[in-house]
Design a protein around this ligand. Structure first.
Ligand SMILES: [Zn+2]
Ligand SMILES: [Zn+2]
Length: 266
């Protein structure tokens, strides 16, 4: 069966931008659907069904969009998940939802027939010197930028991006004997490479169901993008954040902050 329509989807927090191309790459339709709940997201699936069975849908990176990819699959639609690095949307110039959906649809055409949904099942990482190598099985549990002072000092960085997996999903393939565990607090410990000093993992006895892995140490992409900022009220005074991700803080690092503390310089 040939695929008559290539559909690109750019999914944002409350808007789904859709672009439909025919087999020659000509634009057939564009649609912008607002949604504030998953039920409303079903409206988009219903709209997409008009193009089934001869269509293939491409969405950018799973992560927060996983529900949508899953809902499409449940509706019997053909879904392809694009690697955002292959899209390079930001390099193409000014970012708009509409253009992004079109680019994703075009990339979808390029894959030709028979593309399959490709969520990464695992991702490998390493320290700077390469002595410590590890693999994290996916799916991950979360991914967030941490602005707490301990992370900043430990990594010598403005903030540190962590993703978490259940401990059983992390396998140290080599250099386990070179990993040093440092107890950074009563509940927490951090592991780093004895040889090069790269900080790799962070564990907390209060959350034994998860281990944090420094995203910057990954060699391969994981299954999601950063979702939020934690301990944002502890951030370095010289850090400027320009993204739209939620900014949380307080005692647990995950509490809503008053407006003033979410703004730059607040
Ligand atoms: Zn090392
Ligand atoms: Zn932290």
């Amino acid at each position: 069966m040939t695929t008559a329509y290539s559909i690109g989807i750019d999914l944002h927090r409350t808007v789904i931008q859709i672009c439909v191309l025919d087999e020659r790459g000509e634009r057939v339709a564009e649609e912008r659907i607002r949604y504030r709940s998953l039920e409303e997201g079903e409206k988009a699936i219903a709209w997409l069904r008009h193009f089934a069975p001869s269509c293939r849908i491409a969405v950018e990176a799973p992560g927060l969009n996983r529900w949508f990819a899953n809902a499409c699959l449940a509706a019997g639609l053909d879904v392809l998940v694009c690697d955002p690095r292959k899209l390079d949307l930001k390099k193409l110039g000014k970012k708009t939802d509409r253009r992004d959906a079109r680019e994703i649809a075009r990339l979808n055409c390029d894959f030709g027939p028979g593309g399959t949904m490709s969520l990464p099942e695992k991702a490998s990482g390493a320290c700077l010197c390469g002595v410590v190598r590890f693999t994290a099985s996916l799916p991950s549990l979360s991914c967030a930028h941490c602005h707490c002072s301990m992370c900043r000092r430990n990594h010598g960085a403005g903030y540190v991006t962590w993703f978490a997996v259940p401990p059983a999903q992390l396998v140290v393939e080599s250099g386990a004997d070179q990993l040093v565990r440092y107890e950074s607090s009563v509940h927490g410990n951090r592991s780093f490479c004895r040889r090069c000093g790269s900080s790799l993992f962070c564990e907390n006895t209060q959350h034994p169901d998860r281990i944090d892995i420094a995203l910057g140490a990954m060699v391969e992409p994981i299954d999601r993008e950063p979702q939020l900022h934690t301990y944002f009220d502890s951030r370095a005074s010289w850090i400027r954040v320009g993204d739209e991700l939620p900014r949380l803080g307080g005692k647990t690092g995950l509490e809503p902050l008053p407006e003033t503390k979410r703004e730059e310089g607040g």
